[in-house]
Write a protein that binds this ligand. Structure first.
Ligand SMILES: [Zn+2]
Length: 283
């Protein structure tokens, strides 16, 4: 019985392999997304800003052929309000990065308020999805949602997200994908503030983490930046950035690209270089 089944299986597999060898294109076709012509949709570049200096550089930056949209990720409501005032003054809008975590009793939408010039969210925490959906604004998935296969992408897209970001997933429609070209990835996100812990103040650091900069040295001598977020929650970002080739993203047909700023000082130079790489692929 088993021998007969084995023979049937081997025979069926042999036929399948022979068919693939004769016509390989048909077998691979479902895995390759259709590439949109460059003229159909404008290229969009989203730039995540973590301080007002970075936002200022992004708002004053212009690149012919690219639509540039800021993403706001500020540690305090005061900075976010200032950023919103700037956006309103120059008639621009932005995406708002939702908190990485929120505890019971906290607003899952963080500092977001209705009249802000925001047209969408960057979702970094599944617990905020319902509240974000109720606003009716667009929702984009952050890389930290960890979309790694077709099933996880389908889950988020069916849950109402407009785009997700995955690891080179060919099966997701290109209009539902964004690609981050440059970022220093978060290594560790914590509920606590290192300053408060070091100062022996369990109830808070008294804004010490907002006014001081700190890098942590690892065993290899790399210096990773620590940045505060809302409620004094600290995140450590890797010193060396990870990058994605703009050529590959555009070749794939993706029209929504991103850059995440962390502690970069020469923002304009970084934007100029990234825009040059992007636009050189479209001409
Ligand atoms: Zn703090």
């Amino acid at each position: 019985m088993l021998k007969a089944l084995r023979r049937q299986l081997v025979s069926a597999l042999s036929e399948r392999i022979a068919a693939m060898a004769q016509n390989p294109a048909d077998e691979t076709q479902p895995w390759i997304p259709s590439i949109e012509p460059a003229a159909e949709k404008p290229l969009e570049l989203f730039v995540l800003c973590r301080n007002l200096d970075q936002l200022k550089a992004v708002l004053s930056f212009y690149s012919n052929g690219l639509c540039i949209t800021p993403e706001l990720d500020f540690a305090t409501s005061g900075e976010l309000q200032e950023a919103c005032n700037w956006l309103q003054n120059c008639d621009r809008t932005a995406l708002y990065a939702l908190p990485r975590i929120h505890l019971a009793g906290e607003d899952p939408l963080g500092f977001y308020r209705k009249k802000m010039p925001i047209h969408g969210f960057l979702l970094r925490n599944l617990g905020a999805l319902e509240a974000a959906e109720e606003t009716g604004l667009a929702i984009h998935g952050d890389p930290c949602l960890n979309v790694r296969n077709r099933a996880s992408a389908a889950f988020y897209l069916n849950a109402g997200l407009l785009t997700v970001e995955g690891a080179n997933i060919l099966e997701i429609p290109v209009q539902n994908q964004r690609v981050t070209l440059y970022r220093k990835p978060p290594l560790f996100h914590m509920r606590h503030c290192l300053f408060a812990q070091h100062l022996g103040r369990p109830r808070g650091c008294g804004q010490a983490c907002q006014s001081h900069s700190l890098k942590l040295e690892d065993h290899r001598g790399q210096h990773h930046r620590l940045l505060p977020g809302p409620h004094c929650r600290n995140t450590i970002y890797r010193e060396s950035p990870e990058t994605f080739d703009a050529h590959l993203a555009i070749l794939k047909g993706i029209r929504q690209l991103r850059i995440e700023l962390t502690d970069e000082e020469a923002v304009e130079r970084l934007l100029t270089e990234q825009c040059r790489q992007i636009l050189s692929q479209t001409r």
